[in-house]
Write a protein that binds this ligand. Structure first.
Ligand code: LMR
Length: 333
């Protein structure tokens, strides 16, 4: 049996976690031979609700769930962790854009970055889910000078999965037969869901849809899906966000399937001309616990414009939180 790994989850009594924690405990995320210790974190006023979730987890008698600990602060909750899922944040309501949360959530992620720096295992892998996820990942990383920026990622797998699901529904294909979708940029309405490299049953996806549908229906639908769900449900997506977190971490740690490309928000290394120092969604492949940007994809002029637009939004978000970004110590910051 393998040694248990420590996973911290913030916002652990929230709606996403309510779907997520049971998947983790059943082995869906880290593998069915990997025991886990869950370090669950909530704000002080939600500790009773968290106790309730912990009871339910216990009552499932999951063989892989080694221990659960409950914490009302990140400093204690991040102690010795190998993985951090940063979900807790003010969520957006109807009529808001994710960037409207920038000011409200920035302080939370600055504190979490410092706590990761001081208390987490040195090779901790971090996924930021709370919005605006890309810029929150940037803030957390810049507050954690002892950790490498490559340890910080933001969730755009939700957009990636949406892009796949909506395409499957439109074409009648099974999602498992759709590959190589790319979501570029920000987890926001400027993201660019790119089907030019995608295949359905190994045939180019773009040959199976019309350009008109792609540009005027499909792209806006994927871009605005989060808002559409909030309008319909009165609260943001939860089950699909949990599934995307499982997929993101599973692929990062256990590897992507051969030939597949997935989308992850990661620090730009300058690939595809995207400025360094922002967290941008790129096409990646993962192996042995590392991700690598898929290079050399051909991008047309129109696609490049879309990529620049979402890059610009991230640069603007970065300037808006500049006061929370301590001077970088590592070159790649
Ligand atoms: C989503 O995309 O569903 C989440 O980021 C929640 C939101 O604010 O849209």
């Amino acid at each position: 049996m393998r040694r248990p790994i420590r996973i911290a989850v913030t916002g652990a009594a929230g709606a996403i976690s309510n779907n997520l924690l049971f998947k983790i405990a059943s082995g869906e995320m880290m593998g069915t031979d990997q025991p886990v210790i869950m370090q669950l974190i909530e704000v002080p006023g939600r500790m009773e609700a968290l106790r309730g979730i912990a009871m339910e987890l216990e009552d499932c008698a999951f063989p892989l769930l080694h221990t659960i600990t409950l914490h009302d602060n990140v400093e204690e909750g991040f102690e010795n962790i190998h993985y951090a899922l940063l979900i807790g944040a003010y969520p957006r309501g109807p009529g808001m854009e994710r960037r409207d949360l920038l000011e409200m959530n920035a302080e939370i992620f600055a504190r979490q970055g410092k706590a990761l720096n001081d208390f987490a295992n040195r090779d901790v892998k971090i996924l930021v889910v709370g919005n605006p996820a890309n810029t929150n990942a940037l803030i957390a990383s810049r507050n954690a000078p002892k950790l490498s920026p490559s340890q910080f990622t933001a969730l755009t797998r939700l957009d990636h999965n949406r892009a796949k699901g909506i395409l499957a529904n439109h074409t009648g294909a099974n999602p498992k037969n759709i590959s190589r979708i790319v979501v570029w940029g920000n987890h926001s309405t400027t993201q660019y869901p790119d089907l030019h490299h995608a295949t359905i049953l190994d045939e180019p996806a773009m040959q199976q849809i019309s350009e008109e549908w792609y540009r005027s229906v499909y792209i806006p639908k994927v871009q605005q899906r989060g808002g559409e769900i909030i309008a319909a449900r009165g609260q943001s997506s939860a089950a699909s966000a949990a599934q995307a977190i499982v997929d993101h971490m599973h692929d990062w740690v256990l590897g992507t399937s051969p030939g597949e490309i997935v989308s992850m928000g990661i620090f730009s290394d300058g690939s595809y001309g995207i400025q360094k120092g922002i967290v941008y969604s790129f096409p990646v492949r993962c192996d042995y616990g590392r991700y690598q940007i898929v290079k050399g994809l051909e991008i047309n002029e129109w696609g490049l414009q879309q990529m620049r637009l979402t890059e610009q939004e991230l640069l603007d978000e970065k300037s808006a939180v500049n006061h929370l970004l301590p001077t970088a110590t590592a070159a790649s910051h």
